[in-house]
Design a protein around this ligand. Sequence first.
Ligand SMILES: [Zn+2]
Length: 78
Amino acid sequence: MRHVYALAELYVRLGDVEAARDAYLASLDADDGLAVLGVPADEVVAAAQGRRTRAACARCGARLSRKRHRCSRCGLRC
Ligand SMILES: [Zn+2]
């Protein structure tokens, strides 16, 4: 699972799953590399999105910036 999250991080930074996979593979040995090749692209995208939805308001779903702890749409403290 840690591979999925590492790939998701790179995907958010690079904007492309295969570019993220290439960058990540370069830092791994063969065994880990095989595991990373087996991670489906849609899982990487889902993990990247899951990471983003954590920064959304629990009540109305509005996006929150990381530094703000109050929803600008409904006023919920998060
Ligand atoms: Zn809200």
